[in-house]
Each structure stands twice: as C-alpha cells, then as structure tokens.
Design a protein around this ligand. Sequence first.
Ligand SMILES: [Zn+2]
Length: 414
Amino acid sequence: MEFEILAKCPTTKARVARMKLPHGETMLPTFMPVATQAAIKGLTAQQVESLGITLMLNNTYHLNLRPGIKVLDKAGGAHKFQGWTKNLLTDSGGFQLVSLSKFTTITEEGALFESPFTGEPTMLTPEESISIQHSIGADIIMQLDDVVSSLTVGPRVGEAMERSVRWLDRCIAQHRRAGKEGTQNLFAIVQGGLDPILRDRCLEEMIKRKEGVAGYAIGGLSGGEEKDVFWRVIKQCADKLPEERPRYSMGIGFAEDLLVCVALGVDMADCVFPTRTARFGVALTFNGPLNLKLQKHNKDLGPIDENCPCPTCTSGTSRAMLHHIVTLETAAAHALTQHNIVFQAQLMGRARDAIMAGNFPDYLRTFFKTYFGKAGYPEWCVNALRSVGVDLLENVEAQVVPGDGAKWEYSDAS
Ligand SMILES: [Zn+2]
C-alpha cells in the first residue's frame, strides 16, 4: 500500500490522502459500501463501478460459508468471482460470528461456533481468518479480534482487548508466513470498549506493532452506546494512531457521524445503512432523509434531488414514480440504492474538496444547516466539533437536540 497525505485541515484533524492499493487508487476520506455476499444488494459490480466507487467491503464470514474457499480459490479470488476490478476490503468474520451464530464460545485458540448450516462445531482461529482472507484476496484484510458489544461492562471488556492484541500478533505472523505482505494489507482493530484506560492500553500495544500493520480500525463502537461517548472514543483513538497509517471507523454510515469522524481524523468508514435504508424506501439527501413511502410524494413529479448526478435523478425518475413502486418492485431498490451510494460518495467527495481548499469548517456548518436546520442540531455533534475548533452554532440560530440528536428515524425530515 502507498499512503500519501495530500492536505490537512488547519482547524480540525481532517485530512485528505491518496491510498494506492493493488486494484487502484482510493481517495480518502471515503465511505465504503457493503457487498455482504460479494454483491451490493440490487446492483451489479459494473453498476457500482460506474458510480465511481473504488473500494467496497465483502464479508468473510458469509463468503467462507457460501460459496466457500474451494470455489473462491478455483475462481482466482473474490475479485474475479464477482467481476469487480477495484479495491476490496474484507472483515475478519469475528463480528458476524458473535452477532449471527446461536452459539459462540471464545477461547484463547479462537472462536468456537455452531455452523448455521450444518450445526457442526467449527473453530475460527486468527490464523484461519487470515488464510480465508488470503483466498478471498481482498486488498485490505482485517485481523480477527475478540468482539464484545459496546454495552458490555466489567472484566470481559479488558479481557477481549488483551486477547485482540495477542490475536493481532498471530494474524501478523500468519500474514508473514504466507508471504502476502506485498499484495494484501493487514489492518489492526483497536478495542477496549468505552473505557479510555483500556483504549489507551490497546493503542499503545497495537502501535508497537506498526511495522506489521498497514492501517488501523477503531472497533467495538456503534453498538448502541451514547453518541457523546462514541465520539470521545473516536477522538482518543484518532489522536493517538500514527499519522502515516489510514484510520478506519467500523460500522458508521449516518451522514453526521461520517462528517464528525472525518473532522476527528478518520479516513474510512463502512455501514450497511445507506443501501439497506434504500430498500426500505428512504432516499438520503443534503436536506435530510426522504421517506418515499409517504403519501405526500404521490403527485410529486420532481426528482429526489435535482442537483444529484446519480442515474436515478438524472434520468428524471420522479418521487411520484418511486413512491408508486417503492418496496413493491425491485426496480425501486436499484434506483434508491444507486442514489444513496452516490449521496454517500458526494458527502465524502465534498469533504475532500473542502479540506483541499482549506474550508472544511464552512462545509461542516453548511451541511448541518441544510441537513438539520429543521430537525435541530444533535448536541453530540456540536460538542464533538467544538473539540476540534468548529462551532456549529456560530452566527446560527439553531435548535439543539440533546442526547443522540434528531429522532426522525429516517421517517421523513423534508
Ligand atoms: Zn440521485
């Protein structure tokens, strides 16, 4: 991997970087759409590529179960299997293992779980997770970590963090043994729950292992913790992680979360939210989410967003048409998924442009005004951005919503 920082925001911790991977360049900060089963639901690989996406995510757990490693090896890896020529990132399988398997026991050797298909007890070790990811052939691969929910408290959080460090060593060793350091890039995952002392300890240990690590992810968040705690953990990690390595916040997809994370120094994020909410009929826009199932759209012949360059908006597909077919015809899922992927790409692309131009704080203020102007600014965003020198409320008469912020639940804010 080549990682080059092109610009830094003089106010916040945001930065623009060029990340060169085996399947091309990806400009950071970026949002990565999730293609769980080697396909973004509703879109072909060519469609995703035509939207300008250069990095997406595949799930190791799912691909290992089906089609399985034998098929992927025969195909020559996941890129060829799915007809995707750009960059791929795979998770380690740990998260799904804990969230989807009925029965998982973590031992020092690895995670013992019941196969959802055969019921057979199966062991996923750090070495095996890396080997599976070698067969998949993703440009960025993740260490196997010991995952606990962000709501877990007590000694289990520290234990999982310490084990994640030990498992990182085993992942680095396996990656070296296989001689894949030149072609695939291993990322570590910082754990430690919501405890700043545990996070510090994890950061210290994982930074010591920098030579074996191409980048760092911040894991163990987005599990229902308070947003005011969430951003403090992100800030603590981003502040301490090495400048010359990309930083990836896992499981983050709401527009405001993305921009706050970018301001705190995060380069990459992924989430199923934008594509999933599309299938439920919600279009993301710079004026807030738009629920096309609502009756009020049934006579509106305008596009979702007249300034949006996506195929749905530029083809003249109207809100009324989408309302007519949404959640009923698969064409609506295609149309809204394309729009939402382009929205996320634009959100991050405009952030990059603003950082390059030296006016990222203005971009943040404009975004929050148009997106939250009517719904109220989430207080945690105001707090988080103040911590990096941006006052969203400067010269703005805005309502501030305490706690986690606007409760529109993507029903309809427009
Ligand atoms: Zn659009």
